[in-house]
Structure formats: C-alpha cells, structure tokens
Design a protein around this ligand. Sequence first.
Ligand code: ATP
Ligand code: MG
Length: 301
Amino acid sequence: MSTNTNTKTLNTKPTAFNGIRIAVQKSGRLSDKSLQLLKDCGIKFDLSSRVLSVQARNFPMEILFLRDDDIPQYVANGVADLGILGLNEVEEKDQNVNVVKQLGFAGCRVSLAVQKDVDYPGLEWFNGKKVASSYTTIVKKFFAAKGINATTEEIGGSVEIAPGIGLADAICDIVSTGSTLLMNGLKEVETVMYSEAVLIANPTLDDAKKVLLDKLMFRIEAVQNASKNKYILLNAPNDKIAQISALLPGMKSPTVLPLAEEGWSSLHSVIEENDFWNVIDQLKEAGAQGILVSPIEKLIA
Ligand code: ATP
Ligand code: MG
C-alpha cells in the first residue's frame, strides 16, 4: 500500500471509463453508416479527423475507430465492449463474441467465382483446386462442410486477379452486384454466405454495461421500426371510417379527429410502407381523400 500523498503522481493513470466502448470501422464502407446509426439513436459526439476515439456528449459511450479486421479481437478480449462490422468479418476472425443485432446495411455475399470460360459442373469442380481469398477461414469451413478437398491461398486484396495470373484456380470474395467479377473475367458460381453489418458484444459484459447495451438496442430497434413504417393521415367521410380503419393495420386503431367540414373526419395511423402500396387503391375506393404519408423518425411500439 502506498503512503505517497502526492495526489498528482497517484492520479497519473487515467480514470477508468465506466461507460460502454463501441468499436466502429475507422474508414471504409461501414464507417459513415455506423456513425449515422449512433446519431439516429440520439447519441451526440464531436468528430475530428485522425482521432482514435471520442466520448459521446450525452450517453456514457466511447467510440473507438479501428480497422474492421481488428474489431472481433478487441471485442473478444474486452478492450471494446461492442463493435459494428460485417458478419463476414465476424465469421472470418472466429473470435468469442456474440452477434446481438443485425443492422440491415452493407448487405453483400461471400461467393466463389471461377474464370468465365470454365464449364462449371457443380461444387465437385473445386476438388484439388486452389482458391485465393481474404476469407480463408470461411472458405475452409465451407469446403469441410461440403466434403470438398481444396486448398486456399490467403491474399489481402485485389483477389480478383489471382486466377488470371496463375496464383489460384478460383477466388472467394465479397460480391454485391457482381460487376467487379465481370470486369475481371470471372463468374460467380457458389454463394458461401450472406452478410450484413451486425452489432457484436463481448460475452461477459458486467451488469452496468448490459444495461447500457439494452438501452442502445432499444434505440436501434426504434430507429429500425421507424424506417420500415410511415405515418399516414387521410380524410374520410364519417360513414366510411369503419371500412377505412379496417384497411389500416396500424399500431392500435387509428386516431379519428373531426374536420371542420360537417360529416368528415381525419384519420391518423402508422402503416408499413409495403402495406401502404397494397391498400392505396382500396383506400381511394372507400372514399379516402387527401392522403398524406410521411416518414417517422423514431417508433416505439
Ligand atoms: P479496413 O481498412 O477497415 O480493414 P476493408 O478494406 O477490410 O477495411 P471495406 O471494403 O471497407 O473493408 O468493407 C467493410 C465491410 O463492408 C466488408 O467486410 C463487408 O461486410 C462490407 N462490404 C464490402 N464490400 C461491399 C459491397 N460491395 N457491398 C456491400 N457491402 C460490402
Ligand atoms: Mg478489413
């Protein structure tokens, strides 16, 4: 035990941060959307370039900016409590983390592709072949599960050129539209996995951090619900209210307010965008007028 009363020297260690630390990609395809999601959740922070971390102003959260490859390891060993990254990277790094939420952006697939003149008979083609990829763990697991005996060559980037220069017979890489493959004379032959951005968490968060994770998840769900749903407002003759209400599968029943014009009411409800397109004609036929549909910022069901 120290008897040193010089508080200056005793306090040189930074005080422990007792909020929750979330790792996001420093710069890349996920960065903007990850930060936007936190902002949509009402979390405010000041960004300046080249910072490695930032503390939120109105939520006990610190945001760490990292390469996406490093996020699974940092979350597994507790340097970060949470992380946002592609499911493909989570699978590839195979660390002890929990996937706690699908975030619905950065959708893509990890696929096997071969040169376009290959007469591809099916997965057995890969027996004895060499596959270049940045996702060798995923590829090996896939082939093992399918009983295919292929080898892998790990390369960090520009995987598409590997078959053309004789480095490998095929590749396994991220595909979204397939145009990069086409440009490099390749064709997609097998989907290995589908991916999207996910929220991961350290499996042994303490109770205080679990409370913060629950708060964050609640907010993410409100944001996700809001983006799927629209606020609908329409005018209806009073004798058609029951018929029109039945067409609006809202959260409960619609709010009905009398209009200044005798015999008319205004109906307010929440509707899924897809449902709206399905019922629009029926709403008009039932006598609805002045139909207004507008976005919702947050929705708590
Ligand atoms: P870092 O420098 O952080 O390692 P990176 O080069 O590995 O970045 P990005 O290209 O920024 O990664 O992609 C990050 C993630 O975005 C991928 O792991 C994948 O989940 C997703 N992604 C990549 N390419 C696409 C695409 N074409 N369409 C949709 N999502 C994609
Ligand atoms: Mg990366």
